[in-house]
Design a protein around this ligand. Structure first.
Ligand SMILES: [Zn+2]
Length: 125
């Protein structure tokens, strides 16, 4: 199993030989050679044996959610959303899903908030 950088923007798939794991006060980790993000590791080896490092399972994969407010001609804002679901195969994403107009709002913050809550519902399913 390769390691996968948990930085959503990076998601580099790294062969174990490519990363140098280190033990810090907070526990084991490695720093992504591509983006330098700290990635947590867990030692699942025997207490007195050599360290056997794995990446902890995350409750949910890091989906990409981009919620924006698109200004309309009448001064209101359309809530727009782009979602890329992270697939079970780490490091890959599904085809982007887009919504051009989830609703129309008086101000931009409301539009973004609506798009974000829509995304939260969507990704819960
Ligand atoms: Zn990275």
């Amino acid at each position: 199993m390769p390691f996968i950088c948990e930085n959503v923007e990076c998601r580099a798939v790294l062969a174990r030989g490519q990363v140098r794991s280190s033990q810090e006060d907070k526990g084991w980790c490695f720093y992504c050679p591509d983006c330098n993000a700290r990635n947590e590791l867990k030692d699942v080896g025997m207490p007195d044996g050599p360290a056997q490092l794995v990446q902890p399972e995350r409750p949910s994969p890091p989906h990409r959610v981009i919620a924006t407010a698109h200004p309309l001609e009448d001064g209101r804002y359309a809530a727009q959303l782009r979602v890329q679901r992270a697939l079970a195969i780490k490091g890959t994403y599904a085809v982007e899903e887009r919504w051009e107009e989830l609703g129309v709002f008086i101000n931009a913050q409301e539009a973004v908030a609506h798009a974000n809550s829509f995304a939260a519902e969507l990704l819960k399913a």
